[in-house]
Design a binder for this molecule. Structure first.
Ligand SMILES: [Zn+2]
Length: 331
């Protein structure tokens, strides 16, 4: 296949081997123009998100039998503003039957609700909560606004909330205060909790205990240690696994995470893309990788999880979707 970058500096005679339609007399400076339109192939960098995703799915193989649920997709993120409807269409085609849009601030939770309201056929649900990075934006109105959102028929959990001491975008004490408030709210409303924890497992589990967590809760995008996972499992938490497990770079911990997956009780395991972040690195070569992650790429997470568990994809798909439907109370 010919791409513009390959054409630069190529000799006409060389190009004619690929494409005999090029006239031998064509001047080299307009060599790309002499290619008939149907023979021009845009380089990966210029391909649209949609075509990269579709090609990744062709590479993946048959997804028609899948029935997956993406339990964490940041579809309210502005990176989806241009093509949100196409994203949910592609998700359906890729065997993703339902998506749960993550609310990570009051604003994004409201946006997530609006997306659900305006896409009735798309099997979308949302969570309402404030991420620890955003905890400093909370005030006297936050809890009543979350309570209102939680009353919406498509709101299926409180969160994402929790602690993130990795970068402390909000001061740790402020994070702890608003995490505890949201656990209280979930207990009060008897809604499941969608949790985030990074570099804060000790205080995270302590607060869940202090608040006497009485609803099902999922530690989404789990990337912690063996000890943390064992503790979460003892507490009965569900575990959300993302494309982190697809990351083969030695310093990122994807392989370590893969080795821990067998410790998760099968009825507690769920999968998610966490798009637009964490594009599965099992899409190869790198230049074929879509720039943004989206629900249609969830089959790649499924494959990596099934490989790590040395079991077949159909079984993991059925188990994780059953878990997600039960956990979030989906119809
Ligand atoms: Zn998170």
């Amino acid at each position: 296949m010919l791409s513009p970058s390959k054409l630069i500096g190529s000799k006409l005679s060389h190009l004619r081997r690929f494409c005999p339609c090029i006239k031998a007399s064509a001047p080299s400076f307009c060599i790309y123009k002499v290619l008939p339109r149907e023979h021009r192939v845009m380089s990966a960098a210029k391909k649209s998100q949609g075509s990269l995703v579709e090609e990744a799915l062709v590479q993946y193989g048959d997804t028609s039998m899948l029935d997956l649920i993406d339990i964490g997709i940041n579809l309210a993120d502005p990176s989806f503003d241009e093509d949100r409807d196409a994203v949910t269409e592609r998700a359906k085609k890729a065997g993703v039957s339902a998506c749960i849009i993550t609310g990570s601030s009051l604003r994004s939770s409201m946006r997530a609700r609006d997306i659900c309201d305006t896409s009735p056929g798309a099997s979308l649900y949302f969570t309402a909560g404030v991420h620890p990075h955003e905890a400093k934006s909370c005030d006297g109105n936050t809890l009543s606004a979350l309570r209102d959102l939680a009353g919406h028929p498509r709101c299926c959990a409180i969160g994402e909330c929790g602690l993130d001491f990795n970068r402390n975008f909000s001061p740790p004490q402020v994070q702890e205060q608003w995490f505890a408030e949201q656990v209280k709210l979930a207990n009060e409303l008897q809604k499941p909790l969608f949790l985030h924890c990074r570099d804060a497992a000790e205080r995270f589990t302590a607060i869940l205990r202090e608040e006497e967590l009485s609803v099902p809760a999922v530690a989404h995008c789990f990337t912690g240690s063996r000890e943390e996972l064992a503790e979460y499992c003892r507490m009965g938490l569900h575990i959300g696994i993302t494309g982190w497990v697809c990351d083969d770079r030695a310093d990122r911990g994807g392989a370590e995470l893969a080795q821990l997956l067998h410790l998760i009780p099968p009825d507690k395991l769920m999968i998610e893309t966490d798009g637009p972040y964490l594009v599965p690195r099992t899409i190869k070569p790198a230049k074929a990788r879509p720039r943004r992650n989206e629900p249609a790429l969830l089959p790649y997470v499924l494959s990596a999880v099934a490989d790590a568990l040395a079991t077949d994809k159909a079984q993991v798909a059925a188990q994780t979707s059953t878990n997600a439907r039960r956990f979030f109370g989906l119809e």
